[in-house]
Design a protein around this ligand. Structure first.
Ligand code: IPM
Ligand code: MG
Length: 355
């Protein structure tokens, strides 16, 4: 099995290195092949998603991705910015189903900004649609406003759109994920205002007829943001569009106090996937050896489970992560008094040792 390894920018290379050590420690016959992406792709080949990187990703059975982005690329034209690499990979490979679990490990209960009684035992899954919505909708651009009180002024515009089959396919993924959990699915939209959301909601109701064992509810996105901090444990699986999912998944991640712990998977219809930590490239701490590699290591575990058909190896990696937390090892982002502060390297080595 072939794994494309795309470390990217900032802390990406440091954390991916540790996840690669973990994969190599499993005793499996994986072929790992590395390629530059994001700012690194731009430096090497003049494009954030070089053709050679895209074809490696297409060829591979799974992709392990670090993070992309650095302030120094913020002034490039949009098509050349590092973020285009991840958007391009999602679109070209039709990775439409994004799984973002937010789990609070009991050892880290003190890391959350919410009271322990609100968050302890938190285990929710956000299923975010990744290929549509205002992220990709055409037309978009900047033009002279054609009408209204500001006619003639420069205006920016984007288009939110979803088709029924697009909503159906993410709906099926979410219902099936809910079937494997507590069978409660919350669909998040803004159907009190948006046409796209009304179609989303109507389609989810149609899809739900095929899953009578799953309890479907609907929530407006503003209320969902509020409920996530008020009573997050009331959620089991949340399904939502690309834009709302982007926002709510960061919020859900922070409930656990440590975005450095949260993995993610982006899957196509055959469960080929791209696996990346939920956090970004953190250029401010890049190269310091203090980043938390656990989200990337846990992403590799998701890869073993969803794309490589090795659930028992995924369990081993997740158990090893729990072991190092129980041993009291903490990177700076999750450190608290009474625990031992370790570097990126030491954390990765401890997981390998626990394996
Ligand atoms: C994410 C990120 C990306 C997104 C950016 C880097 C394009 O925020 O994966 O959530 O908006 O989807
Ligand atoms: Mg985001």
């Amino acid at each position: 099995m072939k794994i494309a390894v795309l470390p990217g920018d900032g802390i990406g290379p440091e954390i991916v290195t540790e996840a690669v050590h973990v994969l190599n420690a499993l005793g499996e016959q994986f072929t790992l092949e590395e390629a530059p992406v994001g700012g690194a792709g731009y430096e090497a080949h003049g494009h954030p998603l070089p053709d050679s990187t895209l074809s490696l990703a297409k060829d591979a059975d799974a992709i392990l991705f670090g993070a992309v982005g650095d302030w120094k690329y913020d002034t490039l034209e949009r098509a050349l910015r590092p973020e285009q690499a991840i958007l391009g990979l999602r679109k070209h490979l039709q990775l439409f189903a994004n799984f973002r679990p937010a789990i609070l490990y009991k050892e880290l209960a003190g890391a959350s900004s919410l009271k322990p009684e609100i968050v302890s035992g938190l285990d929710i899954l956000i299923v975010r649609e990744l290929n549509g919505d205002i992220y990709f909708g055409q037309p978009r651009g900047v033009r002279a406003a054609p009408d209204g009180p500001f006619a003639g002024a420069r205006e920016g515009f984007d288009t939110m759109r979803y088709s029924v089959p697009e909503v159906e396919r993410i709906g099926h993924v979410a219902f099936q994920a809910a079937q494997k959990r507590n069978r409660k699915l919350t669909s998040v939209d803004k159907s009190n205002v948006l046409e796209t959301s009304q179609l989303w909601r109507d389609t989810m109701i149609e899809v739900s007829k095929q899953y009578p064992d799953v309890e479907l509810s609907h929530m407006y996105v503003d209320n969902a943001a509020m409920q996530l901090v008020k009573a997050p444990k009331a959620f089991d699986v949340v399904v939502t569009g690309n834009m709302f999912g982007d926002i709510l998944s960061d919020q859900a991640a922070m409930l656990t106090g440590s975005i450095g712990m949260l993995p993610s998977a982006s899957l196509d219809k055959n469960n080929k996937g791209l696996y990346e930590p939920s956090h970004g490239s953190a250029p401010d701490i890049a190269g310091k050896g203090i980043a938390n590699p656990l989200a990337t290591i846990l992403s590799a575990a998701m890869m073993l489970r969803y794309s490589l058909g090795k659930p028992e190896q995924a369990d081993r990696v997740e158990a090893a992560v729990k072991t190092v937390l129980a041993q009291g090892l903490r990177t700076a982002d999750i450190w608290e008094a009474g625990t031992r502060k370790v570097s990126t390297r030491e954390m990765g080595a401890a997981v390998v040792a626990a394996l």
